[in-house]
Ligand binder design. Structure first.
Ligand SMILES: C[S@@+](CC[C@H](N)C(=O)[O-])C[C@H]1O[C@@H](n2cnc3c(N)ncnc32)[C@H](O)[C@@H]1O
Length: 405
């Protein structure tokens, strides 16, 4: 028998065993060149986005159960089918425009876009005919994965580097939808002491990266808290993403009319920076297990944190209206998950194993201790936001006895 030629995975194992990564010497050199320390945002940017060795740049990055974490689109395509219903409603609310841009920043394996397009092609052919699908990502390797995933389902889409798409002058009409994109953008780390903030930098102790505190590298960190009118609890560590709101501002500015649907781990600022949260929300993942040290094994470990939805919504800018956050479990339920499970249950006798898997996927997607607690921020510009299907209270959605579609 021939062993599968997965040499990139072997390289990961090798690096894990020796607790060193090809990126570590690069980061050490960068810290030395910067005079002994870099911001955590720069460290995270290199760990995830270094063009050769960054976690999200590497060839052969594995998603879902095979990888280091499982996102909702990887759990089951029903996730994309349900959001496609929302996309269809947005298209109708916009007056059925053609072309209708469906843009997904940080599109990962392409599974989310592929499942949304599958549903639209099968259930809403007129909308599907108007759709111009675009996936955006930070590295050509990811765009190639997305192109392959969509081609495998017979879809043609545009695949662009985010910066290239942002640089285009002409605004578009449509829906920009992302899942766990903003929580992958670099954040700064701060600590509150009295009325002031210190920043946590990455330095090298011996051969290993370590955190040190110092005066903030930019007044924008303090300005963020001044704008929010709060501070983290005394002595607490917290993440501040200056990059995510700026990304939101730039993405939203490319939409002339339409909706931005942001699905991510996060909280409104008051909850995110609540005084009891002393350690922030930064997490490192490898093989589905949280890692104790986010500085260890840069490039082999996913880094993530919970986003500040207040700042994201504020950043969208003029003309944008934001709805109060809803949770993934509520949104998927009102988009039709419960009905889909009922239909699956009615034909369960035909294939019990399949039904069990569908049931398990539905439970995973709305698990209040897991993916179900992801939040959804819905925003609209020059389009009606009130009553959007994903925002409806569960009682209204069910009292109306609505059918899917
Ligand atoms: C946590 S993954 C989520 C992937 C996918 N949305 C999903 O739900 O499975 C984050 C995604 O954002 C992408 N990403 C990270 N930084 C980016 C950037 N600066 N511009 C565009 N995409 C970026 C990564 O390559 C990856 O595809």
């Amino acid at each position: 028998m021939t062993a599968p030629l997965d040499d990139f995975a072997l390289a990961d194992e090798f690096a894990l065993a020796t607790e060193s990564t090809p990126l570590l010497p690069v980061i050490r050199a960068r810290i030395q060149a910067a005079g002994g320390r870099i911001t955590f945002a720069e460290f995270m940017g290199l760990a995830l986005g270094h063009p050769e060795h960054g976690y999200y740049s590497r060839p052969g990055l594995r998603w879902g159960r095979e990888g280091d974490f499982e996102t909702s689109p990887e759990v089951h395509p029903i996730f994309g089918y349900l959001w496609a219903r929302q996309v269809l409603e947005c298209w109708e609310r916009l007056g059925r425009p053609a072309p209708f841009h469906l843009v997904e920043p940080g599109a990962g394996s392409g599974a989310f876009m592929a499942s949304m397009l599958t549903w639209l092609r099968a259930r809403a052919p007129e909308c599907f005919a108007a759709v111009r699908a675009v996936t955006l990502d930070g590295h050509p390797n990811r765009l190639a994965d997305q192109r392959d995933a969509l081609a495998a389902h017979g879809f043609e889409a545009e695949h662009a580097l985010t910066e290239d798409w942002l640089a285009r002058p002409e605004p578009v009409t449509g829906v920009l939808i992302s899942n766990e994109f903003f929580d992958a953008l670099p954040a700064y780390l701060v600590e509150r002491h009295g009325d002031g903030l210190l920043e946590c930098y990455v330095t090298v102790e011996g051969d290993t990266p370590a955190l040190v505190t110092g005066e903030p590298s930019t007044p924008a960190l303090r300005a963020t808290f001044n704008r929010l009118g709060l501070l983290p609890g005394e002595g607490a560590r917290a993440e501040v993403s200056l990059i995510a709101p700026e990304m939101m501002r730039r993405l939203a500015s490319r939409i002339a009319r339409g909706y931005v649907l942001t699905i991510d781990y996060g909280y409104p600022a008051r909850e995110l920076y609540a005084s009891w949260r002393t350690q922030g929300t930064l997490m490192a993942f490898r093989r589905h297990s949280p890692q104790p040290d986010p500085l260890a094994q840069p490039g082999l470990t996913d880094l993530t944190y919970h986003v500040d939805f207040t700042s994201l919504a504020d950043a969208a800018g003029e003309g944008w209206q934001a709805a109060p956050l809803t949770s993934q479990s509520e949104a998927l339920t009102v988009l039709g998950l419960a009905e889909a499970v009922q239909v699956a249950s009615a034909r369960s006798h035909e294939d019990v194993q399949r039904y069990t898997a569908e049931r398990r996927a539905a439970d995973t997607l709305i698990d209040p201790a897991g993916l179900g607690r992801i939040r959804v921020l819905a925003m609209a510009k020059d389009a009606p936001l009130e009553g959007l299907r994903c925002l409806q209270p569960l009682t209204v959605a069910f009292a109306g006895g609505r059918r899917n579609g």
